[in-house]
Design a protein around this ligand. Structure first.
Ligand code: CTP
Length: 141
């Protein structure tokens, strides 16, 4: 029996790599039903100030094909920024995130909001040594 029923995690998942896979497989170890919320292109452009290499449709297709993923949804900046909107829409028990976000202002606020409504946040180990940014940098060399 897993600790949670419905779990969700959010991310851009551009240039899908093994750090992404590790995170999603770990999420699925903790919940029966895993929803992956893929950030739309506007989020990537406005928040990360980058142009995604893979389009939203491609990123969604790749995530949806994974064995560990039960459902893929697209999320806007507003829903990533305010996780209560995400909770209202998808009614999950737990939000998973890489532990690189632990202690950030955004997540401290979300922890307080979730505590009031009984939703959980679990931070899972970030895979060191790989990221979309690093892949782009090494291709430039
Ligand atoms: N993640 C992870 N380990 C990595 C890279 C990402 O656990 N090596 C997790 C992040 O913590 C996040 C999710 O994967 O919960 C999606 O991350 P995303 O920002 O899409 O990927 P990055 O490779 O970190 O992208 P960038 O370099 O553009 O920031």
């Amino acid at each position: 029996m897993k600790k949670y029923n419905r779990g969700i995690t959010t991310g851009v998942f551009d240039l899908f790599h093994v750090g992404h896979l590790n995170l999603l497989e770990r999420c699925k170890e903790h919940c029966d039903y895993l929803i992956v919320a893929v950030c739309d292109d506007d989020y990537v452009k406005n928040i990360k100030h980058k142009e995604p290499v893979f389009s939203l449709e491609e990123r969604v297709r790749i995530i949806s094909a994974l064995k560990c993923v039960d459902e893929t949804v697209v999320v806007s900046y507003e829903e990533v920024d305010d996780k209560m909107l995400l909770l209202e829409k998808h009614n999950f028990d737990v939000l998973f995130s890489g532990d690189d976000w632990k202690g950030s202002e955004r997540y401290k606020k979300t922890e307080e909001q979730f505590a009031k409504v009984g939703a959980a946040i679990e931070y899972l180990p970030y895979t060191q040594g790989v990221s979309t940014t690093q892949i782009k940098e090494s291709l430039k060399k």
